[in-house]
Design a protein around this ligand. Sequence first.
Ligand SMILES: Cc1cc2nc3c(=O)[nH]c(=O)nc-3n(C[C@H](O)[C@H](O)[C@H](O)COP(=O)(O)OP(=O)(O)OC[C@H]3O[C@@H](n4cnc5c(N)ncnc54)[C@H](O)[C@@H]3O)c2cc1C
Length: 380
Amino acid sequence: MRGLDSVSIDPNALVGHAGGGTTAGAYSRAAGEHGLATGFGDAGTVGVAGIALGGGIGFLSRRDGLTVDNVLAAEVVLADGSVVTADAEHHPELFWALRGGGGNFGIVTGLTLRLRPTADVTGGMVVHEPTPERLAAAARAVLDAPDGLSAMINVLVAPPAPFLPGSLHGRPILLVLVCWSGPEADAAAALAPLRALGEPLVDDIGPRAYTDMLQGPPPSPQPLHPAMRTGFTDRLDEQWAATALDALTGARTFAAFNLRPMGGAIARVPVDATAFAHRQRAVMASVAAPTPDVTALPTAQAWADATARSLGLVGAGYVNFMSRTTSPPPTPASSSSGCGRSSGPTTRTTSSATTTTSRPPPRARPARSPAAAGAGAAGW
Ligand SMILES: Cc1cc2nc3c(=O)[nH]c(=O)nc-3n(C[C@H](O)[C@H](O)[C@H](O)COP(=O)(O)OP(=O)(O)OC[C@H]3O[C@@H](n4cnc5c(N)ncnc54)[C@H](O)[C@@H]3O)c2cc1C
């Protein structure tokens, strides 16, 4: 699909068009030139179609809804070779299924997407010492915030990554990535409950271009084998948080949690409007134990399974974050081949297998964000 990488932006109609192989980064940079954006996730390297078909949760979701909520039309090649355009009026059932059902209904060769004014945002990373109280309070702070605040809350053992001070390496940290996309004058008030969590170990939050938020997880020098569970929870109290922190400190391999508070515009779309069926849940949660050592994979997967069970992350999951190791574990050669957009050193668990994605484009700012659970981190 990589050849289908067209992007066109109509700033007057607030509509963008992306070819079926366009990356979120390429589209967002083109839209950003007009001070506009369509929300995707945390990484510019993912495909617009891949993320959109599963749902698409990221830094604008509480303000604008999921990516699926901003899909206006899709051009699709069906299994019989016919080409159709699905939108609210044409092929409405297909249009419903495409928005959250994953890549099961045809090959999407183009998407028409709604754009919203989005130039600079107030965003970045804040790191705290993790406690159950802080973890629960961080989730509450985002859920109770105005819709302009979207965030990803990570708990992990700090890897020796350049964006974290050496004194934190090897210590459990609470790392919150925030994006305030409301009026700049309201940023301080919106972020105040998060700032009230205590004296941060790192505070990198500030004004920046929205496109700078799409750096995604930093690259890992070696392929990682996925061990991951995804689910949803409504109960994120201190007891839940204590269970999560205990599980993290008891893990025998690298482990991490990624929490994405939902609500806001995500919850205002009727549950049956699209195939993304989890809108009324409070928090999307993932537990991950990616490992570069294939022999450690059964241990890592057992930890992810047991931890997910103890946290009630059972049943429905987010299709774009689904990954489960099958037995026997893949050989290093087979598992690192991936089905991603291009070969490169960053690995990330996805719906089907270990996916290798390209290194993000050269960065104007220091790398800072292991945006999803464990992404890239175990390899440092
Ligand atoms: C680094 C990274 C960061 C991520 N961050 C987020 C995030 O913040 N929020 C979030 O919601 N998700 C996130 N994801 C998950 C991401 O949404 C899924 O992995 C998604 O499937 C990636 O799509 P792709 O096109 O890049 O990958 P691919 O491997 O190319 O595609 C994955 C699957 O999507 C389907 N697909 C892709 N393109 C098409 C098409 N044109 N037509 C039909 N089917 C298609 C196919 O089923 C394919 O197997 C992230 C993934 C990575 C690798």
